[in-house]
Write a new protein. Structure first.
Lengths: 180, 343, 793
């Protein structure tokens, strides 16, 4: 792996980096998910979506395309929505992950979740957890979004059933709920 | 996706030299059997994971650059321009107040790429270095010239999203709208090699046409790290815009995108012009005839129309993409007028 | 029916916004009594929140992809990388030796496509199977991890003898084209909305013509016409793109087979697997809880489910097989492409004298690239001629997709009618008023035109700037379909709790919520008092979720079961409060006399049950006015479903970009059971229609046979920013046909959208788009704005 032509001062750094290399076999790592620290023993190639679903049984995060093109797997990384299928679990580091299972406070649903139910912004429900995470993240950063803000925040989501109009209704309603 | 070794150095010196190959080199094979020896750099990792999941890249190791703090900073440069660390995410760029006020074309591009989820993770450096989206290139079942094969399948095949300029041997289009905007803004790249030496190269010169090298899109050498994007200070009288046209507005690659930057004298005559077409050629395409036509003129609707027409000079559409010509012509005209009217 | 086991009842009939009347029907004795119109009901017709909404918004809803069983193995399929080849040999030795591999199955008998009547796709004298398209499944491996399964798949050595292939529809029609099938084929398919036909001529890759459905004398009709409109229309292949991939966990045990599967038809999968594996129906159980979309593509078991069951039997362990997105795109069904040549003849007053349609299309290696019964049935025209042919290409087989046949059929006919109206100098609504005998659509046109502001419509191409706006409308027709083989049980427990049970599955339409509403209405309870158990063949066999027949098929059995079990409860409980059983009804949680003078709480009544629970299983009777058509378990009621949609578009004539800005839909589905859920369905139908009209297209490379956009990035689908303002108006259309008088909505809402957009595009730019999708390239070409330059190739 090491380029023998490296000058000495760099070679030592490179060697240090190489010594730090882990894998390809399973590696111990911790993931902070929904404010709980989990110890895992997984390969570096494990995606965050796989770690959540297969290692932690947090199956609310759905994988629709496994290429970041449908956003069904949306979770929060330090409060911002990301595609869990396009991030390696080992790359999360000490950042905080929030999944759909961590959005409600006990039995009390997040206002976006309640609004989704009230407006029937749910059909088959497979894209729903990801959409809810994007919508909730939008409200955290912008409590009074316009319809264009809502469309922008959900533009990565593929909903084949076509819940978009009811998602828009739900979000406008949820933003009103939070204002009052 | 294959199993691999992982390291995550904390500074450039530690990282530089660890990687043994570029992603482009690791994807070339004569027989279709890929090398599994390569060690490659990763920034946001969006394109890298995509390539690996498709089985187009099978590295032995990944060196993660994402934990290097110096690379994620947007800073004022000594010349009054802006220094953008290569690990700055697209979301960071789109939200940055300096970028939003002084380089709106770039902020627009960053805020309209891919999806909000991808923009949180994708870096500007990785964005500029991503591999083409050509569907033949992205298919393991098509061993195309860019991957060491014999032919470009697009010429005789489905080329509706392919190049209308400079497709000499390969008809890919340069995929990144960010590059279109950054070339128009005169951006330079700072590259750091294994010896810790930095070189600065114009972004426009960094990209390579297939006739120069059909197996790589740019002049990145093995072990070299793209560390920063340098934006020169815009003249106070200059303005820029970027327009992206996808078939959908939500989540789509451009079928055409255009960046225009104009420096217009207070009296009205155009002093300098950059007209760059994206998704048109294997590299960001500078429409020199259009630029020449604009400079020295007071731009009105007729001038804009003439320049837009000139922007397509030399275009050689393929069997299924001549429809891009009127779209580019329209976007160039609208972009020029939008810059002029905005000023 | 004899009068002894029937009775006469008066039913409300009519459209709520037009006029209501009563009609007397003779119905079976066990039928629940007539329901009044919705405004007089407590639960039915109300927008009750989805019962599994909470589970779905919290991520708790269990989908098939979430099922994990102890000792479960993971399966992957080996698929053909070639569009056409003979498999000379398959060597599984290295795959078998790979660590973690537990079973390997070589697939010899394939299903879901046309089958050669002789030779089973194998030319005489050879033993190897032919693979017919990229993605054709060849073998399946089960291993302890998905990685091990994939590694083993990669180790299977197949010796292919490549054969000439064709994937282009027009190339395939040529006499010298490579032949997909060497011998005559047969098979079943509803990909085109109608049976594929039997004993049809076959020449090269063309099977047909199929002339069934014709009537009258078209030639005479055209001779009689003052005006004839002709046009050729092309529609593309659309893929289903269910967000949850096709998949299952098959668990073969000595005492029977259990299958957890993402399916639209649990009872159908049970029957299919029982037959395929020689098991009694009683030993096969199929389960689906939350289900991530099907749109027609998850109606049968297919090759992948058979492979998973075989692997489970071999490995003696549960096997999970879930397709990836690439496999979804190339081998999970698709809506066939069509080319339709239409001729419509009319008199000056608009009266239609003849409709003739010559159509061909491709369902890949499957049958049924038809255009449904839209043109055949929607307008009053004595002379109708239909000539349909299938063209085979080396591509994955099509299957039914939301309103199969009628979607491409309506795209062609509704534009032709629009063109006829213009030629006759009539408003498109006026013309339809003359040729459309449906009273339902008449009212829908009236309401829609008012809500939409149809009077704003101007002459084609009226806007002077580059961005031109236009208005258009189109109509829908779909059968009021029913599956008579549909049953439901309602149980009352001693503590007053209530269960409704059926194998019917909720694929996202909300049928579970509707069942709770129906039972709650009948028992005088709240929907949340009803426990809904569905999606499991342990319960009485329910209908499929396709054909827009679920609500029509399962709500009458549910209501009858609730009614009958309530009569039992009442007979037990009536003596306790000195009431005559025949005079009692359930409402607001109590069982009361008609005058409300005496009553007993539902729970108190239930406490008197002699056993822990009582239950009644009821099934679906024929419609009260008989069916219009009946074939085996399937039937269509006489009241076909309508629907009218209006679209407003903006066309950028310089870029070719079309955007839909507003859609008004007026739809009917008999008695609306849950208006909010129906609105969701209609919005979904419209959005899929817009996506079909503007964006979606399977792209095959004619030189390699591969699908190039087999993903969700380059296969383009409408998302949030392409979603227009949508207004949905529902008619209440009472026909007195069944115990609930309710019908489906999913498919009727998907038919009129594409032609309404196309008519609006014409109104905007004055040029007609006869091809889908209406992409920028297609629009610019139609406008003559693409320069004719020849580039290097």
């Amino acid at each position: 792996m090491l380029d023998t032509t490296l000058p000495d001062f760099l070679a030592s750094d490179a060697q240090a980096a190489e010594r730090d290399a882990v894998g390809p076999g399973p590696v111990p790592l911790t993931l902070d998910v929904n404010n709980v620290s989990h110890s895992l023993f997984i390969e570096p190639k494990t995606t965050l979506a796989e770690a959540l679903r297969d290692s932690l049984d947090l199956t609310g995060t759905k994988v629709g395309c496994d290429r970041g093109a449908c956003s069904a797997c949306t979770v929060w990384l330090d409060g911002k929505p990301i595609a869990a299928c396009m991030m390696l679990a080992i790359d999360v580091g000490s950042r905080k992950i929030t999944t759909i299972e961590g959005l409600a406070h006990g039995d009390e649903l997040h206002p976006v979740q309640s609004a989704f139910i009230a407006h029937d912004a749910v059909q088959c429900g497979f894209c729903t957890p990801g959409l809810v995470m994007s919508c909730a993240a939008l409200l955290e950063s912008n409590p009074t979004p316009t319809i264009d803000d809502i469309k922008a925040a959900t533009s990565g989501h593929l909903c084949r059933c076509g819940t978009h109009p009811h998602v828009h209704d739900a979000m406008l309603d949820a933003s009103r709920i939070r204002k009052t | 996706m294959n199993s691999f070794e992982w390291s995550s150095p904390r500074d450039i010196a530690q990282a530089a030299g660890v990687a043994t190959t570029t992603v482009a080199a690791a994807m070339v094979s004569q027989s279709g059997r890929l090398s599994t020896d390569g060690v490659v750099f990763k920034a946001g990792g969006i394109d890298l994971l995509d390539l690996m999941k498709e089985g187009l890249l099978v590295p032995r190791g990944i060196v993660n650059l994402r934990e290097i703090p110096d690379l994620a900073v947007i800073a004022q440069a000594d010349d009054g321009g802006v220094h953008i660390g290569a690990n700055v995410t697209l979301a960071q760029l789109a939200a940055d107040p300096v970028i939003r006020t002084r380089f709106l074309a770039l902020a627009d591009v960053a805020g309209n790429s891919a999806s909000p989820q991808i923009r949180q993770v994708a870096t500007i450096g990785g964005n500029l270095l991503q591999r083409p989206r050509c569907w033949y290139f992205r298919s393991r079942d098509h061993h195309c010239a860019r991957k060491g094969g014999e032919v470009c399948f697009a010429f005789a095949g489905e080329n509706q999203y392919h190049a209308i300029f400079d497709h000499n041997g390969c008809a890919m289009v340069h995929p990144e709208t960010s590059a279109t905007a950054l070339v128009a803004l005169g951006a330079k790249l700072e590259l750091t090699n294994a010896a810790g030496t930095k070189r600065v190269v114009g972004l426009e010169q960094f990209f390579l046409l297939p006739e120069v090298d059909i197996q790589r899109e740019n002049d990145l050498t093995p072990g070299e790290i793209l560390t920063a994007i340098l934006l020169p200070p815009p003249a106070p009288t200059s303005r820029s815009i970027h327009i992206k046209q996808g078939e959908t507005d939500s989540f789509d690659w451009p079928i055409a995108d255009v960046a225009v930057a104009l420096d217009t004298a207070p009296g009205g005559a155009c002093r300098a012009a950059a007209v760059i077409l994206g998704a048109a050629s294997p590299v960001p395409h500078r429409a020199k005839a259009a630029e020449a036509l604009l400079v020295g003129k007071t731009i009105d609707a007729d001038v804009a129309r003439a320049a837009a027409h000139a922007a397509l000079q030399g275009a050689a559409p393929l069997t299924k993409n001549a429809y891009k010509l009127p779209i580019f012509e329209t976007l160039v005209r609208r972009a020029i007028l939008a810059v002029v009217r905005g000023g | 029916m004899t009068s002894a086991d029937t009775r006469l009842q008066k039913y409300p009939v009519g459209i709520d916004s037009v006029s209501m009347a009563e009609i007397e029907r003779r119905v079976p004795a066990g039928e629940a009594p007539p329901l009044p119109p919705n405004p007089q009901l407590a639960v039915i017709g109300k927008s009750i929140p989805r019962i599994n909404g909470r589970a779905k918004v919290t991520g708790a809803a269990p989908f098939t992809v979430d099922v994990k069983l102890p000792g479960m193995l993971y399966a992957r399929l080996l698929r053909s990388p070639l569009p056409h080849a003979r498999v000379m040999s398959i060597d599984i030795g290295a795959a078998e030796r790979h660590p973690g591999v537990r079973a390997i199955h070589v697939i010899n008998d394939v299903v879901g496509r046309a089958v050669e009547t002789t030779g089973q796709n194998t030319p005489a004298g050879t033993s190897g199977r032919r693979v017919l398209y990229v993605g054709d499944p060849i073998a399946a491996v089960a291993a302890v991890t998905p990685e091990a399964a994939q590694a083993a798949v990669d180790l299977i050595k197949v010796d292919y003898q490549p054969l000439a292939f064709v994937v282009d529809l027009e190339d395939a029609r040529k006499p010298d084209a490579p032949r997909v099938f060497a011998h005559p084929v047969h098979g079943e398919s509803f990909a085109g909305g109608n049976p594929a036909g039997t004993a049809l001529p076959q020449q090269g890759n063309v099977r047909g013509p199929n002339k069934s459905g014709s009537r009258g004398d078209a030639a005479a009709g055209f001779a009689d016409a003052d005006v004839v409109i002709e046009g050729e229309f092309r529609t593309q292949v659309q893929t289903h793109c269910c967000l949850e991939p096709h998949g299952l966990v098959a668990d073969w045990r000595k005492d029977g087979l259990t299958v957890y599967m993402s399916t639209q038809f649990t009872a159908g999968i049970r029957a299919e697997l029982a037959a395929a594996f020689g098991l009694p129906l009683s030993r096969v159980r199929v389960i689906v809880d939350a289900m991530g979309g099907g749109f027609g593509s998850k109606s049968s078991a297919g090759n992948y489910a058979r492979a998973a069951v075989t692997l489970s039997r071999q490995a003696n362990a549960p096997v999970r097989l879930v397709l990836d997105r690439h496999e979804e795109q190339i081998d999970s069904g698709n809506r066939p492409a069509t080319v339709q040549r239409l001729r419509v003849g009319a008199r000056r007053n608009g009266t239609l004298t003849a409709i003739a349609i010559d159509t061909y299309g491709t369902s890949g290696v499957g049958l049924g690239a038809g255009i449904g019964n839209f043109a055949q049935a929607i307008y009053d025209c004595a002379n109708f001629e239909l000539v349909q042919s299938d063209v085979f290409i080396n591509a994955g087989p099509g299957c039914a997709m939301r309103a199969p046949g009628n979607v491409p059929g309506a795209f062609a006919l509704e534009q032709t009618i629009d063109e006829l109206a213009e030629k006759l100098g009539m408003d498109p609504l006026t013309l339809r008023g003359r040729i459309d005998l449906s009273a339902v659509r008449r009212e829908e046109r009236r309401i829609g035109a008012a809500r939409f502001g149809w009077n704003r419509r101007r002459a084609p191409g009226s806007d002077s700037g580059p961005i031109k706006r236009g208005l258009g409308m189109a109509q829908s027709l779909w059968g009021a379909n029913v599956r008579t083989n549909s049953a439901c049980e309602v149980r009352i427990f001693r503590d007053g709790s209530v269960e409704v049970l059926s194998s019917v599955q909720d694929i996202g339409t909300g049928i579970g919520t509707v069942l709770a509403q129906v039972v709650a209405e009948e028992l005088g309870l709240r929907p949340e008092d009803i426990t809904v158990r569905i999606g499991d063949t342990e319960y009485p066999a329910g209908p499929p979720s396709y054909g827009s027949l679920t609500t029509a098929s399962i709500t009458p059995p549910a209501r009858n079961a609730a009614y009958q079990v309530l009569r039992k409860l009442i007979e037990i409980a009536a003596p306790s409060f000195a009431a005559a059983a025949g005079n009692l009804a359930a409402r607001a949680g109590r069982i009361s006399t008609a005058d409300n003078s005496r009553s007993i709480g539902f729970r108190e009544a239930a406490a008197q049950l002699p056993t822990d629970q009582i239950g009644v299983v009821a099934s679906r009777s024929d419609d009260y006015a008989d069916f219009a058509r009946k074939m085996g378990d399937m039937a269509s009621a006489q009241n076909a479903l309508g629907g009218v949609q209006f679209a407003e578009v903006a066309v950028d004539t310089e870029t070719g970009i079309v955007r839909v800005e507003r859609v008004v839909a007026v739809q009917d589905c008999g008695r609306p059971m849950n208006p909010l859920q129906i609105e969701s369905q209609v919005q979904g139908g419209i959005l899929q229609g817009i996506s079909y009209a503007l964006f979606e297209e399977r792209i095959l490379d004619r030189h390699t046979g591969h699908m190039l956009n087999a993903n969700l990035e380059q296969y383009k689908i409408l998302r949030s920013r392409e979603t227009p303002a949508i207004e949905v108006h529902l008619l209440e259309n009472y026909q007195g046909m069944s115990a609930t008088d309710a019908y489906g909505i999913a498919e009727p809402s998907n038919i009129a959208t594409a032609p309404a957009i196309a008519n609006a595009v014409y109104n905007a730019i004055g040029v007609r788009l006869r091809q889908l999708p209406m992409s920028p390239a297609a629009v610019l070409a139609a406008l003559g704005r693409i320069p004719q330059r020849s580039g290097p190739t």
